[in-house]
Design a protein around this ligand. Structure first.
Ligand code: SF4
Length: 554
């Protein structure tokens, strides 16, 4: 633990010149809450709501819930109120949040590192089946999200999750969220370092700690140990990427300040080499800087990316080393990116121990409890106790012997879990959307599923890598700015001059070798009904005009 990171409200130093107008930074003395969210957090730590859920709300029911807990602190344990069913998308834009309240919740389970045993997946499947109307989503941050959860059922759900070592603690809220990790940790052929021990250490030492339960906003972490960089270090608040230093020692290159939403920014390299035994305290140092110096006045500026944008990487590293770690980090090399490696891990591929991993694609992350139970069974039937969630709403089963590959492929295929899906099934993602999310303006999952069906029919031979990401609102839960075709949900005019569901189009975004934010072309919008026609036109034009060796992303 860094020497002074545990003391919020420290005073400014020479390295931190005072901004003209305070933005709510604790370290500059702005301790009085500057908005409602900050006030709620000051009134009571979000972590304290757990006892009230168990002892009061689950016994007395939805109407007994204190509004400040309902709309605020419940998130500290992964609970969001769910959009009232049956509300029309067009109307919701003019309704107040209070009018949308209903007694059901979404509940997010954090799956740190995306790592699940068959028993853990079975517990998740049973919860979905028994308490969540047999519905669940694999999210693009490797979590599982339930829907239709009643507060009365939450203690039993927690008991079941905790019995297999899972939790919903800090799955949402202004907290350190799930720690993403490469699904192939420990088995990837080109791995520099297995980040699993560091993921566990961060979780054990810091998640659920009151030191980090009142951050300016969310704080997202990823660790990856191989050159496919599949957990999106570019767009996390803090990311550790496996590298070797000049002496050949394996460790991590440190990135800070990535994020999408309405002001997308790629994370900046600090140029520091972090040894495995330093990772947890460096994580704590960076998280503490965010807590102490992060901007709290406006929610729209309360992410660490704004701080590092103002400070620059050099100053950020200096503050980290001098004020929080008490030692200098070694300079280190940048990670290399292997352009030949796929990030999504779909398909059948060899592990470093000679066995195989099998990645497969549910439709835009939507699964049922029943199908999750079947996946756990299929994994065990094929000798595996290791299932992984990916950052692309997919699943992977590890440790399959070569002679069982045909059998597991067939068993998964029988559940419509395709191991060799079309490019459209494989690379289309959608956020929760209007079906359950209160912030949504339009439908996403069902639209994306229809889009996949249509494109598979209309362009059966299209084989280029192509990402299509759909969001239900300007937030970027499904990463629209880094997709080849990003679709931001909004109301648009149709040909008859009526307001209908549609999408603003962003084109040409990418990650990895083709890292860039998609271009938003003003006026380039489509109605939801015209979406398949629009995408088909774009792809046919690309096929007609592309030069040899050119991909959609290039
Ligand atoms: Fe909800 Fe918007 Fe996020 Fe989609 S992008 S899940 S609609 S907040």
């Amino acid at each position: 633990m860094p020497p002074s990171s545990a003391q919020p409200g420290r005073t400014a130093t020479a390295a931190t010149p005072r901004r003209r107008r305070g933005e709510g930074q604790w370290a500059l003395g702005y301790r009085e809450p500057l908005n409602k969210n900050e006030e709620n957090k000051k009134n009571d730590d979000g972590l304290n709501v757990r006892d009230r859920i168990i002892n009061i709300y689950s016994k007395r029911g939805f109407d007994s819930i204190d509004p400040a807990d309902l709309r605020g602190r419940f998130r500290w344990f992964g609970l969001y109120t769910q959009r009232a069913p049956g509300i029309d998308g067009g109307k919701t834009a003019v309704l107040e949040p209070e009018e949308l309240d209903d007694s059901y919740f979404m509940l997010r389970v954090r799956i740190d590192g995306g790592q699940l045993s068959a028993a853990q997946l079975r517990a998740i499947g049973e919860i979905s089946r028994d308490h969540g109307r047999d519905t669940a989503d694999i999210t693009d941050r490797q979590n599982v999200q339930f829907h239709w959860i009643r507060v009365e059922d939450v203690p039993a759900i927690w008991e079941k999750l905790e019995s297999v070592g899972l939790s919903t603690t800090e799955a949402c809220g202004d907290t350190p969220r799930v720690i993403m990790g490469c699904p192939l940790a420990g088995v990837a052929e080109h791995e520099v370092i297995d980040p699993t021990p560091q993921i566990r250490q961060i979780y054990d030492e810091h998640i659920g700690s009151p030191l980090y339960s009142n951050l300016p906003r969310k704080f997202k972490t990823s660790l990856s140990g191989c050159s496919s960089h599949c957990v999106n270090h570019e767009i996390n608040d803090i990311a550790f990427v496996g590298v070797r230093d000049g002496a050949g020692e394996a460790g991590y290159d440190l990135f800070v300040g990535g994020g999408l939403s309405t002001n997308p920014m790629f994370a900046q390299r600090l140029g520091a080499f972090v040894r495995p035994d330093q990772v947890s305290e460096v994580w704590a140092g960076v998280c503490s800087i965010f807590r102490d110096y992060g901007y709290r006045r406006l929610r729209t500026r309360a992410r660490i990316k704004f701080l590092i944008k103002d400070w620059g990487a050099e100053k950020f590293r200096q503050v980290l080393e001098e004020e929080y770690l008490g030692y200098a980090l070694q300079d280190g090399p940048a990670p290399e990116l292997d352009p030949g490696l796929e990030r999504d891990h779909v398909g059948v591929h060899r592990q470093n121990d000679g066995r195989f991993y099998v990645g497969f694609a549910p439709r835009v992350g939507r699964v049922s409890g029943t199908s999750l139970l079947r996946i756990a069974e299929i994994a065990e039937e094929h000798g595996s106790d290791r299932i992984r969630t990916t950052a692309d709403q997919k699943l992977v089963i590890l440790d399959v012997e070569e002679e069982r590959i045909d059998s597991i492929r067939a068993a998964l295929g029988a559940e419509d879990l395709q191991v060799e899906p079309s490019v459209f099934r494989r690379q289309t993602m959608a956020c929760t959307g209007i079906e359950f999310c209160k912030l949504a303006i339009v439908e996403t999952k069902a639209r994306a599923s229809t889009l996949i069906d249509e494109l598979e029919k209309r362009l059966p031979d299209f084989g280029e890598p192509l990402t299509i990401n759909l969001n239900g609102c300007p937030n970027s839960c499904a990463r629209i700015q880094v997709a080849d075709i990003g679709l931001k949900g909004q109301l648009v005019m149709n040909a008859d001059g009526e307001q209908v569901e549609g999408y603003q189009i962003h084109l040409g975004g990418g990650m990895g070798m083709t890292r860039s934010f998609g271009k938003k072309i003003r006026g380039l919008k489509t109605t939801a009904d015209d979406l398949p026609d629009y995408v088909e036109r774009v792809l046919r034009r690309f096929q007609d005009q592309k030069k040899d060796g050119e991909s959609f992303a290039s």
